[in-house]
Design a protein around this ligand. Structure first.
Ligand code: MF3
Ligand code: CO
Length: 253
């Protein structure tokens, strides 16, 4: 069931989204070579708790941390670890969900560690651009499939692939609500968008083949071919006139 959010619910989700943005602003300044992915997790957790939010990923289906921190060929759900040390040239995606008084906001950024190669920069850029291309289609009356189709077309046009096994989703008092928002599909398919819907649109992009595998830890999703991956996500409200992103910090590009 797709829920339509009340004004009160939107206000709470926006506060969760503000804190998600604040976490990214903090990480943008702090991520550097030598840092571990566990240190990123600690910053995420502290920033959320200091701002009256609960890190919603912790304990979700027994997920052990406050953030998913995924380096290079890890596409999603990387478990933070003191043994994973970031090095110059890595790309690291940080996917987080804040819960403010029972309402959620979910977003992901792929950060650069020091100076990165033009090859790595290109997949990071295309992944983010795919989100903003699809965003243009978020308005009442358009279909979920318009978003899915747009992401797939943009990503494949640039020579990359989208993941098939994982999708974007609705969000609200639950981290994952209807509708499912695949990164591939047919324009005009699926439900129509209505004001008050909250959508997590999240291109998950593979440089090489589209195939992924899950590590024995039950979470970490990597590209099968070991090539690079990137992920970009925001929580987006459908409004009367179009959309509003609620998980970017002021001044964020
Ligand atoms: N934030 C992820 C998403 O985009 C969910 C992570 S799974 C969890 O849907 F277990 F870490 F929460
Ligand atoms: Co999400």
């Amino acid at each position: 069931m797709v829920t339509i959010k009340s004004t009160r619910e939107i206000t709470l989700m926006k506060e969760a989204g503000r804190v998600v943005g604040l976490v990214f602003k903090t990480l943008e300044e702090k991520i550097r070579p030598g840092m571990t992915t566990l240190e990123i997790d600690e910053i995420v957790e502290k920033t959320m708790l200091d701002n009256d939010c609960i890190p919603a990923e912790k304990g979700y289906y027994d997920y052990p941390a406050s953030a998913c921190v995924s380096v290079n060929d890890t596409l999603i759900h990387g478990i933070p670890s003191s043994k994973i040390v970031l090095k110059e040239g890595d790309i690291v995606s940080v996917d987080i969900v804040a819960n403010y008084k029972g309402y959620m906001a979910d977003a992901c950024r792929t950060f650069s560690v020091g100076t990165i190669s033009s090859r790595a920069q290109r997949i990071v850029n295309v992944t983010k651009e795919a989100f903003f291309e699809a965003l243009k289609l978020v308005k009442p009356g358009n279909h979920i499939g318009d978003i899915s189709h747009c992401i797939q077309e943009y990503v494949e046009k640039h020579g990359y692939n989208v993941v098939r096994e994982y999708t974007g989703h609705g969000i609200g008092s639950q981290m994952h609500e209807d509708p499912v928002i695949a990164n591939y599909g047919k324009a005009g398919s699926g439900i129509r968008l209505e004001p008050g819907m909250a959508l997590c649109i999240e291109p998950m992009v593979l440089e090489g083949r589209k195939d992924v595998r899950v590590l024995p830890d039950g979470w970490t999703v990597k590209s099968r071919d070991g090539k690079l991956t990137a992920h970009y996500e925001n929580t987006v409200m459908v409004t009367e006139s179009g959309y509003e992103i609620i998980t970017m910090y002021e001044g964020e590009e």
